[in-house]
Design a protein around this ligand. Structure first.
Ligand code: LMR
Length: 399
């Protein structure tokens, strides 16, 4: 049956993480996959999440199927967290949310909806974008094309190129945007840039498909929702894929949501029914645990407050580590100005060093970053930072 199959190469992110796990070097450092690590290098469970989980398990009396669209508390509160109460109220039945297995599930279910709605739907993604956007969306039947986004020269967003590129996209096409904390570059749009972008998209009748996987990791929970909320306020149709993996730290629970906004309650109901039908033919319904935990947490003002404080701590610590990395690298060498590292947002950042240096860091020092030069800022720690600075400076000075 499978004689003709060839083993596929490993996934660029998960595969590298696995290579790291197998590396016997006791001093190895993992800056590959996007997982938060504390000062001890552990990925602890948020205490608010743990409490919600304990309360939930105690109160749970059945394992019968949960509603197919997902835990009702989760659906209500995650939509409000992302869009804000006011907008949820004004959108009314124009907005619908379906729980999905992680952000990947949300991307895929939305892709399934798009394919059902338009035979040859094209989604435009930023250049570069998260590596998994391509296989995830293309295999649903969508055509993917890229728009200009990042300048390797300035090591930031090339906004005029982005506007020009998006301005040339055929009317009605779908444009995938990173809501905040761009993965892989960490180069985000300012609020003014979001304003201009959404105006352009309105004029060109483009449909935003916003991937929000790091809300609360950039400038704060509310600030990180700026672009998303602006789009939802101004445009008739907005698609959102949300992930709770990072901001609730529930990576393995696969907890996410697909949110659809259209210009009528009827269209939204139809779109939702297509997402549910796609889920039914792929996996029937989402696993319930993660969503139930997040829903329970967000329904409790005390647990929500506790979680927000923990998330703020994580955000500030990542920002401090990012600043220290930029400063340390600038002090340790003078080949590259790493000031841009301090400007980047969220979990990731391109180091922008030669690719050969990435490989040297891995082979000589067991420091793992992606070949694109993306580092997981949340993998830095007070302890490993001096070593990383010394070794990165050493390698780039030599090359
Ligand atoms: C990442 O980009 O490292 C994370 O979003 C994890 C993943 O699934 O790739």
């Amino acid at each position: 049956m499978f004689e003709q199959l060839k083993t596929l190469p490993a996934d660029p992110i998960l595969g590298l993480n696995q290579t790291f796990q197998q590396d016997a070097n006791p001093d190895k450092i993992n800056l590959s996959v996007g997982v938060y690590q504390n000062a001890k290098g552990a990925t602890p469970i948020f205490t608010a999440v743990k409490s919600a989980e304990q309360q939930l398990l105690e109160a749970q009396t059945t394992k019968a199927y949960a509603p197919q669209a997902g835990d009702p508390a989760f659906l209500k509160h995650i939509t409000a967290l992302m869009l804000g109460d006011e907008l949820v109220e004004s959108l009314g039945e124009r907005v619908a949310t379906v729980m999905t297995p992680g952000g990947c599930g949300a991307l895929r279910m939305t892709a399934e909806l798009l394919v059902q709605s338009r035979e040859k739907a094209t989604v435009w993604v930023s250049s570069p974008t998260w590596a998994n956007h391509f296989p995830l969306l293309q295999s649903a039947g969508l055509t993917l094309k890229t728009y200009d986004y990042y300048s390797a020269e300035t090591r930031g967003v090339d906004f005029s190129a982005m506007l020009e590129s998006i301005g040339a996209i055929p009317k009605g096409d779908i444009v995938l945007l990173h809501g905040c904390c761009h993965n892989p570059t960490g180069a985000d749009l300012t609020q003014d840039q979001w304003d201009s972008l959404i105006d352009l998209m309105q004029e060109r009748e483009l449909i935003p498909f916003i991937d929000v996987a790091y809300q609360g990791f950039g400038d704060g929970l509310e600030q990180d929702a700026y672009g998303l909320r602006l789009a939802a306020k101004k445009l008739p149709t907005v698609l959102v894929a949300s992930s709770c993996s990072k901001n609730f730290g529930v990576y393995r629970e696969r907890t996410g949501a697909a949110i659809v906004i259209t210009n009528s309650a009827e269209q939204t109901a139809a779109a939702k029914s297509h997402i549910l039908s796609a889920a039914r033919r792929c996996y029937s319904m989402s696993p319930s645990h993660g969503g139930a935990v997040v829903g329970h947490l967000l329904a409790s003002p005390e647990l929500t407050l506790e979680w927000k404080e923990e998330l703020e701590f994580v955000r500030k610590r990542m920002n401090k580590l990012r600043l220290d990395l930029a400063e340390g690298l600038n002090q340790a060498q003078n080949k590259i100005d790493f000031g841009f590292v301090a400007e980047s947002k969220g979990m990731f950042c391109y180091l922008g060093i030669p690719q050969q240096d990435v490989l040297t860091l891995r082979s000589e020092f067991a420091i793992y970053l992606l070949e694109s030069t993306r580092i997981n800022v949340a993998g830095l720690s007070e302890q490993n930072l001096p070593i990383i600075i010394e070794r990165v400076a050493d390698v780039i000075t030599r090359s």
